[in-house]
Design a protein around this ligand. Sequence first.
Ligand code: SF4
Length: 108
Amino acid sequence: MNPIDRRKFLMQVAAGASALTLARFVGAEEAKPDLDPNDAYAMAMGFVTDTANADAEKFPKHSADQSCANCQLFQGPDGAEKGPCSFFGGRQVPATGWCRNFKPKNAA
Ligand code: SF4
């Protein structure tokens, strides 16, 4: 390989590595932190990490079969222990959780 070919080759390798690094950076989605049940907004929404602990007096429409796992806004895969909630900006909520914004998955 003559010096010019080698320089061209090295520049192409460097450009390729930069492109890969950029693609990895752009494609990376860091998981958001868990939603803190003591967060003021979470509390205002009645968020609990276990649907069994929802306040029945404040939320009379709550039922035990409602949980984050079967809410439209839960973005975790089926069977996941926790996943992002789009209502809370992608913060992680447990599949067993609940809040007053619960929307059943099969509702229109
Ligand atoms: S909006 Fe749905 S997924 Fe999010 S915390 Fe409330 S019940 Fe859970």
